[in-house]
Design a protein around this ligand. Sequence first.
Ligand code: GLN
Length: 491
Amino acid sequence: MTSAIETAARVRAGEGRAADVLEEHLARIAAHESEVHAFNLVLVEQARAAAAAVDEAVAAGRDPGRLAGVPVALKDNLCTRGIPTTCSSRILDGWKPPYDATVVRRLVDAGAVIVGKTNLDEFAMGSSTENSAFGPTRNPHDLGRVPGGSSGGSAAAVAAGFAALGLGSDTGGSIRQPASLCGVVGAKPTYGLVSRYGLVAFASSLDQIGPFGLDVADAALLLDVIAGPDSLDSTCMPDPPVQASSRLGAGVDGLRVGVVEELASAEGLTPPVGICLREAAEALAAAGAKVDEVSVPATVYGLSAYYLIAPAEASSNLARYDGVRYGKRIVPSPDADLTEMYLATRSEGFGAEVKRRIMLGTYALSAGYYDAYYGQAQRVRTLILRDFEAAYRDFDVLLAPTAPGSAFPLGEKTADPLLMYLNDVCTVPSNLAGHPAVSVPFGTDHAGLPLGVQVLAPALGEAVMFQVAAALEAAAPAPPVPAMRRMGGPA
Ligand code: GLN
């Protein structure tokens, strides 16, 4: 497969047609989507029309933009005007947003071709895409295993070659962890760098939209296209956006890289993850970086703080799904009153994990417990931020595992929510701090399944973060390529 950057260059130069690029991807979808289930909806006709419009623009001498003709998969919690947006929940049955998310507008303005809406854990709550009301997505590297989550559909779509790029959302790791398990690059930007307008809210102080790509340069380009101020999102920074792609070829000579001790020895890490992390650190040292260990002590409380703050915010955000305003409404009997309608709608509309989060969050915010749970978690959040800031006085970037292990078998962790939550131990600290982090494929486990290593950077440190990510990518062993991606041309 050619990279998104090469595809856009060829289409802009009139050397290749967006329509042909799209058909190549649609052929892979036709052949393998029934096995993978990356999509809730494939937008065949809309995508063909978009690709044709790109080709017409080129023929007429206009420049369609930086993503000309590049097929992109969108997580199905990003609003698309007139196109169902389900969050993989029954409660949004039949709902069609009346507007596009800002990131969707920016993609279209850059000439991208949107191929479909991808599966996710319901409302982005989960780490395996098994919490979807529409059934799980499967990992293109091994169909018996999960793709990670919650943006598992977008990660799988890119890994399988169904789309060249993908967008996900990352509240506690939902871009980086599936990127790691699917052998692709995935990044969570600095909080406020990308507009969240039109992203269905899970935990508003943590949510960020970010890119998936087959390589670091593609992911950085996608981030550059979607980043930047937006008057429609008051949490979006007014400053000019940082250029994620600006230092990709600069190497790492003299850069200071800190391996986070607490994350390198986090609970539940499998041995191959430790080996890959060490090899990644050695590779950066060999490339000229000054690599050392660093302690970021409060990160050990990250998971506990996250699983209070995220459910607390979710319990408030999800109160709007009451059967009155969006999607599904269940009226249990002809003479049911409003409360009975609310109860029936929410009982049937939400899945088990979403209900668990609403209950946890409501409890953490309730009178008498607020200070002990939610308040305490917020104080821990401040400590994590301070500890990161201290680390960044001595280091340009930090290194950590992305996930505790490789892709696990479907069903392995569904019966034990705490086991599932442990997947996020290395990713949630960046969300709590609001800092950016990217997962880069680096090595495999004993079975040849991909593993990822995380590069963390201070707020608005995307340029140096992708600079180091590019060096890691250059030093990494060739990542495994799922057979289905080889279809229709060389991988
Ligand atoms: N796995 C984490 C959770 O279930 C993170 C999800 C996310 O980033 N959206 O909350």
